[in-house]
Design a protein around this ligand. Structure first.
Ligand code: PMP
Length: 365
């Protein structure tokens, strides 16, 4: 064994959902949006000349940051953009989780959190969700090096009411609390539709930012904005948190977002009506899917994301997963403790869901 082997950073990498090359499949495995992004995004891309490829992009991505800030009613200095929320969260771990005390995140949650913690050698502990897969706020009311959880959670699709989120944030003034809101736009409540923090019964932790300087809210264009392929995510927080994030980012890679992402992202963010229309279609299909799954003998936690987390009363998830894949229908299966009887199914178009339910009726007899 060469001596340098001992100096390699060994990590167990995150395993993303499959991205098959075949185009003729029904792809319900990585929570992408089945609808195209706003036409304004495509128009913005068409306006970019190939010549601009020579030039570095704007390191501050100000066009995109301004559009995000305007949509949420915050200052541009409160927005930190990145290459998908994965990049934003990775930077946030590096910036804010430097205590010797363990950070906390749920045992069943986005599986990238433990990968980043291992990569950066951050100690961590994972309080268990309760039997109904709910986050128990009291588990996060103790000394720690920081906290992160998705809301709605993944892969359960369960939303924790904002009052509970606030209890966790308020109980932890000494550390940074990150709320990963990748799926919050699909919460079926009045306040979920609006991007602005104000409005009736807000569901997003953005509405708490005025009161908590230690809160960081993380969002993505990959789900509700139909732009997973562009890789755009962002964090919103107090100016001091965003400044700290930028200092780390500029010590790592100045030009994270490319010109396409900046232009298309800014255009998509400005198209509020398109966003609402797409969201409404997904919610309608999700509601219909709930009925179909129930009729087929599945149960599931109340979904608040663009996906459902379903378990069949009799047949094992691994078996259903394989039978669906054979028919060209991809869903996600996690062979992990507590969740190995479940399938995570992205809400597709009505047509895709029809194909899924026809296949499930065949498989389940
Ligand atoms: N957070 C959660 C909870 C997710 O499910 C995902 C999607 N895999 C992400 C963050 C990252 O999404 P992206 O990097 O595409 O913004």
């Amino acid at each position: 064994m060469p001596a340098w082997e001992a100096y390699i950073r060994r990590v167990e990498p995150y395993v993303p959902g499959e991205q098959p090359k075949r185009r003729d499949i029904v792809k319900l495995n990585t929570n992408e949006n089945p609808y195209p992004p706003s036409p304004l995004a495509e128009e913005a891309l068409a306006r970019l000349s190939a010549d601009t490829m020579r030039l570095y992009p704007d390191p501050t991505a100000s066009e995109l940051v301004d559009a995000i800030a305007a949509a949420h009613g915050v200052k541009p200095s409160q927005v930190f953009p990145g290459v998908g929320s994965d990049d934003v969260i990775a930077m946030a771990f590096l910036t804010f989780f430097n205590s010797k005390k363990p950070i906390l995140f749920p045992d069943i949650s986005y599986s990238f959190y433990s990968v980043w913690a291992e990569l950066y050698r951050i100690p961590y502990e994972c309080p268990a969700l309760d039997a109904e897969f709910r986050i128990v706020p009291e588990d996060y009311m103790r000394e720690s090096g920081g906290i992160i959880f998705p809301n709605p959670n993944a892969p359960t699709s369960l939303y924790m009411p904002l009052a509970e989120v606030e209890r966790i944030v308020a109980a932890n003034p000494d550390v940074i609390v990150m709320v990963d809101e990748a799926y919050v736009d699909f919460v079926d409540a009045e306040g979920g539709a609006g991007s602005a923090p104000a409005g009736p019964a807000p569901v997003s932790a953005l509405s708490l930012l005025d009161r908590y300087e230690n809160l960081l809210v993380i969002r993505t264009f990959s789900k509700s904005r139909s732009m997973a392929g562009m890789r755009i995510g962002y964090a919103v927080g107090s100016e001091s948190l965003i400044r700290a994030l930028n200092d780390v980012k500029y010590s790592f890679n100045s030009y994270t977002l490319n010109r396409d992402a900046i232009a298309a992202g800014a255009a998509a963010m400005s198209d509020g009506q398109y966003f609402l229309d797409t969201r409404r279609k997904i919610l309608a299909t999700r509601a219909r899917a709930c009925g179909e799954f129930r009729a087929l003998g599945f149960d599931f936690p109340e979904p608040s994301g663009n996906f459902l987390f379903v378990r069949h009363k009799e047949r094992h998830a691994a078996e259903i997963f394989a039978a669906l894949k054979e028919r060209g229908i991809y869903v996600r299966y996690f062979a992990k403790p507590r969740i190995d009887e479940y399938l995570r199914v992205t809400v597709g178009t009505d047509g895709q869901m029809d194909t899924l339910f026809t296949a499930l009726r065949e498989i389940l007899g």
